[in-house]
Write a protein that binds this ligand. Structure first.
Ligand SMILES: CC(C)(COP(=O)(O)OP(=O)(O)OC[C@H]1O[C@@H](n2cnc3c(N)ncnc32)[C@H](O)[C@@H]1OP(=O)(O)O)[C@@H](O)C(=O)NCCC(=O)NCCS
Length: 153
């Protein structure tokens, strides 16, 4: 069954964010202060009408190239029962396409170390020396980025 992706309000994603990224902790923070800013974009993936995947992007200064127009990816998550079927990659692609249309030439994220192999496959690079513990989860993360500039080759 193919997944349908559409833009949604961030509040619709709180439950999925909590289950997949916060061990379903009822007291965990699952929103970003920028969620309701007009330039933030939240994409959701549905199988029929069941929410199975999500991801959000926020305009942001690049930690690597502060001079370029860039966006931060957060809360990329796929329902555990539906992981490894390409849905995470599909949502990520859709987010990247949407921000390229808005002028982005780069995307960055704090990637949790357990997901770095996934991001590498999707063409992301690690910023050496940026390893840190996330203030919100205490889990090891690394700053990662991907160029979205048109290829010159
Ligand atoms: C990481 C995550 C978003 C990936 O989404 P997904 O739908 O499971 O992954 P996809 O099926 O799109 O993966 C694409 C490729 O990456 C691989 N992959 C997926 N997760 C991986 C992981 N954690 N480690 C290594 N490879 C991984 C898949 O096998 C697939 O490879 P293939 O194309 O050769 O088959 C999802 O597994 C998830 O929500 N994980 C828990 C939350 C999380 O870590 N989110 C990221 C926060 S920074």
């Amino acid at each position: 069954m193919s997944m349908t992706i559409r833009a949604v309000d961030a509040t619709l994603l709180h439950d999925l964010r909590r289950r997949v990224l916060r061990s379903n902790d009822p007291s965990a923070e699952v929103s970003d202060v920028r969620d309701d800013e007009p330039a933030a974009l939240h994409l959701a993936g549905f199988l029929d009408e069941m929410l199975v995947a999500c991801g959000s992007v926020y305009p942001s200064t690049s930690p690597l190239h502060p001079e370029v127009v860039t966006w931060q990816l957060r809360y990329l998550a796929v329902d555990e029962a539906h992981q490894c079927r390409g849905f995470g990659a599909n949502v990520l692609d859709a987010l990247c396409c949407a921000i390229v249309e808005r002028g982005a030439t780069e995307i960055w994220a704090n990637g949790r170390d357990t997901a770095l192999a996934f991001y590498r496959r999707e063409g992301w690079q690690l910023i050496e020396g940026s390893e840190h513990l996330s203030p919100s989860t205490g889990l090891p993360h690394t700053i990662i980025w991907k160029s979205l500039a048109p290829s010159t080759s």
